[in-house]
Design a protein around this ligand. Structure first.
Ligand code: PLP
Length: 493
């Protein structure tokens, strides 16, 4: 241990806390760490999208609990050598694997400010709460929601979808279900989503105590949108059989192909049938920020609850999911409790009329609002919308590139920013995807469409360039030809 290490300095002074005793040295180290991350982001294209983690790097993180201190600079070196080069790849312009955002340097700095402040956004009277309220207000504006609508940052859309199910359950069963439980209601609730809905919808119904089986998975049409006639028929059939339909879940951007349900059509059926209408907009909701893309999600402004992710197309660093609720009073009824330690004061630190802990399950909450505020404020909503429109233009460029190659075929229509395709008869798609990921130039993922595997390119990253989608075509052909040649060679004539 060097003499100027934090631990050594700590033991030699009377100050007993975890702050640095040598702030000048700490600052210098902090600046070096910041420079290093800027170098990393600026130089992303010089490295591969992804590389497998070496055994030695993994072993670094199978160590015993450290009882004694290690110098901060030494810890940073461990990070630089063993973590930084082996990330998931989603910040790299060649990443097209899954629906993941890339983050921004601005978001990184905002995260540092949040951590420095160490605010707890469960409630009480402090300015960070006003920042979250500001973002809630902006989301109301984005989606044309009324002033009484409420909103809340959560980890991600999985959590936001879950809370939306609880709110719809509250509307259907009334306040008594919170005390007596779902079973006491004697009602068998049923919910409706397309067969292409994300897996977290079924999980949300499970976690809400309603059971996965209460979800009716409605067939989709050739554009992968929910079949409205089939939806109406399923609701009627359930009513006839004694069930109580309570919720329709539309999807704005399915995770497999980026399809957008007919949201106006779903809103009409929900209104006609007096059901809650929720939209899972994890991927596509923020398309409202682009004038060109907004018409594709028309009707989203009519939903009762909306789940979406600032950490996907909004490029805010993980995690930053969001739930927007039209009926703020119902939202509060679903979660508020009257614990003594949460009692409100007229003045002082326990004042304030909007406590996020009344609107979701979390009491201690981080300051996700700050990185989102910085992202929206520094770039402006138009720039985020333009970035999404560029992604969709790249998806069209890729679709055209695929159409131009006889060995490649599109596996689904391109509604947004996701392109699914096959090489040849699709036999080699799994192998090609693994080869592409390991080569690290461009990294798509494998999905399954109509029971067949397909290569999926989800273009969510603001850094992705035309050369990256062109490289995907070239590299797919290269690996596809190698795979088919090898099979020909080992197959006896
Ligand atoms: C990503 C995604 C989810 C899950 O969101 P998380 O933020 O990962 O929890 C749900 N639905 C769709 C359509 C998605 O794309």
């Amino acid at each position: 241990m060097t003499s100027n290490s934090p631990a050594a300095s700590r033991s030699s002074t009377a100050v007993q806390n975890l702050d640095p005793s040598d702030w000048a040295a700490f600052r210098a180290q902090g600046h070096a760490m910041l420079d290093d991350m800027c170098d990393h982001i600026e130089g992303l294209t010089t490295g591969p999208v992804w590389r497998a983690q070496p055994t030695a790097a993994k072993a670094r993180f199978e160590a015993d609990l450290p009882l004694e201190p290690t110098d901060l600079a030494a810890c940073h070196e461990i990070f630089k050598a063993n973590v930084l080069p082996y990330g998931g790849g989603n910040a790299h312009p060649g990443f097209m694997g899954w629906v993941q955002g890339a983050g921004t340097p601005v978001g990184m700095l905002a995260e540092m400010l949040s951590a420095g402040l160490n605010a707890n956004l469960g409630g009480r009277d402090h300015m960070p709460i006003a920042v979250e309220r500001q973002v809630v207000r902006w989301t109301r504006e984005m989606f044309g929601f009324p002033p009484q609508a409420t909103g809340l940052f959560v980890t991600g859309a999985s959590q936001a979808n879950f809370l939306a199910v609880l709110i719809a359950r509250q509307r259907a069963l009334g306040p008594s279900a919170r005390n007596a439980g779902v079973a006491a209601s004697g009602v068998q609730l049923t919910a409706y989503a397309s067969s292409a809905a994300h897996g977290c919808i079924a999980r949300a119904l499970d976690m809400a105590g309603l059971g996965v089986d209460c979800l009716r998975r409605i067939a989709v049409d050739q554009d992968h949108r929910m079949d409205l006639a089939a939806l109406r028929a399923a609701i009627a059939q359930d009513r006839g059989a004694g069930f109580t339909p309570f919720l329709i879940v539309g999807t704005a951007g399915t995770v497999d192909v980026g399809a957008i349900d007919d949201l106006h059509g779903l809103a009409d059926i929900a209104a006609d049938q007096d059901l809650s209408f929720h939209v899972d907009g994890a991927l596509g909701a923020l398309a409202v920020l682009s004038k060109d893309l907004a018409p594709r999600v028309a009707g989203i402004e009519r939903c009762d609850t909306l789940a979406f992710d600032f950490h996907k197309w909004g490029q805010v660093p993980y995690d930053a999911g969001f739930l927007l609720v039209r009926d703020g009073a119902l939202h509060r009824q679903t979660f508020a409790s009257d614990a003594a330690y949460l009692s409100r004061a007229q003045r002082g630190m326990a004042a304030g009329d909007w406590w996020p802990c009344d609107y979701g399950p979390d009491l201690s909450r981080g300051f996700r609002a700050l990185k989102t505020w910085f992202t929206l404020k520094t770039y402006g909503a138009n720039a985020l919308g333009a970035s999404m429109a560029r992604n969709c233009a790249l998806a069209q460029r890729l679709a055209a590139g695929i159409a131009a190659e006889p060995e490649l075929t599109l596996a689904a229509p391109v509604a947004l920013n996701i392109v699914c395709f096959h090489y040849g008869d699709g036999r080699f798609d799994p192998r090609i995807v693994a080869d592409l990921q390991e080569a690290g130039v461009v990294a798509p993922s494998l999905t399954h469409i109509d029971g067949r595997s397909a290569i999926r390119s989800a273009i969510v990253n603001h850094r992705t360039r035309p050369s990256d989608v062109d490289a995907l075509v070239v590299e797919t052909l290269k690996f596809g030809r190698v795979a088919s040649r090898e099979v020909v060679e080992v197959t006896p004539a």
